[in-house]
Design a protein around this ligand. Structure first.
Ligand code: ZN
Length: 269
């Protein structure tokens, strides 16, 4: 019997005052398999030039890039009556798909909604607009993973996953958001396990979206571990920790990255 070990990954911009090169050096030296990247131009001081960073990761550090996270600042506009606004946000997603295809990144992650969506009134235009993205994703052999966000966004997620049973349309399970916004924790993971293309694992106290280490919040990790064990999925077990961190040395930074790795391994034990 061949036992295939799960891959472990993390969102690259988790915090810390090191150069971009040192960041990926530490991630690679510690033994992560993959990273997830943000694919927008909003934080150049953190991400550098997206394409240059991605090429460095793939060619110098030989880390997998498991997904590109699309910009989310205008997510609600997908459902706007204003065609111009909707077109702008769609264009962002098209260019993410294009980049993912070019660099052989298998998945892009999308926030379907932002802070202003109305859970009782989903504009059907928004759902329809996705059709052209689905065609494009299919042609480019890239999958789109829609993430669970706030409570108001969950009906949108259900509507899209129902409307598009296509192979290229799936789910990004965000553990921290589930802990904050779901009535029955982990249910959505079980429900969409067969369409799971990305994991965003991070912790919080149940009150704020803190993006802490998973072990720092009050999520029932033993229960979560059991569920992970019992579902079958292909994507890496990947963290989305984001903290304001300051280290005195590269060595200290690397120690922290090692703690993050321990968190992943704990989930797989
Ligand atoms: Zn997330």
């Amino acid at each position: 019997m061949v036992i295939k070990m799960k891959k472990i990954g993390l969102y690259a911009w988790f915090g810390g005052n090191v150069s971009i090169r040192e960041r990926f050096q530490a991630i690679q030296e510690v033994g992560f398999d993959s990273v997830a990247l943000y694919w927008g131009n909003d934080y150049p001081e953190i991400t550098g030039n997206n394409e240059a960073t991605l090429q460095m990761i793939q060619n110098e550090f030989h880390l997998e890039v498991e997904n590109l996270h699309a910009p989310y600042q205008h997510a609600d506009d997908l459902f706007s009556d204003d065609e111009k606004k909707a077109k702008y946000v769609m264009q962002l997603y098209f260019s993410c798909l294009e980049a993912a295809s070019r660099y052989h990144v298998p998945v892009i992650v999308i926030h379907l909604t932002g802070d202003f969506c109305n859970p009782n009134q989903i504009n059907p235009k928004g759902i329809e607009r996705l059709q052209s993205l689905v065609h494009f994703a299919q042609a480019k052999h890239v999958k789109m993973a829609f993430e669970n966000l706030t409570k108001n966004g969950l009906p949108y997620l259900d509507a899209v996953l129902k409307q598009y049973p296509d192979e290229c349309v799936g789910f990004c399970y965000d553990l921290g958001h589930d802990h904050l916004y779901s009535e029955k924790e982990f249910e959505i993971l079980k429900k969409y396990q067969h369409r799971l293309y990305a994991l965003h694992l991070h912790g919080n106290d149940g009150k704020k979206d803190e993006h802490k280490r998973i072990v720092e919040g009050n999520i029932d990790l033993e229960k979560f571990k059991m569920i992970l064990k019992n579902i079958s999925f292909q994507c890496p077990v990947s963290l989305e920790v984001i903290q304001n961190l300051s280290f005195r040395s590269y060595h200290e930074f690397k120690q922290y990255v090692n703690l993050l790795k321990e968190d992943c391994l704990y989930l797989l034990k």
